[in-house]
Design a protein. Structure first.
Length: 129
């Protein structure tokens, strides 16, 4: 059994992206977006994503709509929908997200967005087959 006190685990991770668990159909990832940072505009084809915010404040930009997000909020991003999440506050924006199917390499840790972008561009962040 995998068990996480997820809000605590998310708060304790200073990494931009940390994959906690990867299954055959879903993946659990914690993320910390620094002040003035963002995930980066993207679209996941064939992958749904659910994001739950643990702390901080930000903006969810999903499918042409923008909405403020804060601790306790959950945002669903269906497959094929362009999205971005931006930290608008003075503190880190901390969240956990579930991808279905997995989006990242099992166990991957990206300390910064730049590190994650470079790994993706180099083909080093591919989900398990």
């Amino acid at each position: 059994m995998q068990h996480f006190t997820i809000a605590t685990v998310a708060e304790q991770s200073a990494d931009f992206r940390r994959v906690l668990w990867t299954g055959g159909r879903t993946q659990l990832v914690v993320m910390t977006i620094p002040p003035d940072g963002e995930i980066g505009e993207e679209t996941h084809e064939g992958i749904d994503q659910i994001l739950t915010f643990v702390s901080g404040t930000g903006e969810a930009r999903v499918g042409g709509e923008t909405r403020a997000v804060a601790a306790g909020d959950l945002v669903v991003v269906p497959s094929g929908v362009r999205h971005n999440f931006v930290n608008t506050g003075p503190n880190p924006l901390v969240l956990y997200t579930v991808y279905g199917p997995p989006e990242h390499a099992d166990g991957v840790v990206h300390r910064t967005k730049e590190e994650g972008d470079a790994a993706e561009a180099a083909g080093l962040d591919e989900p398990p087959a």
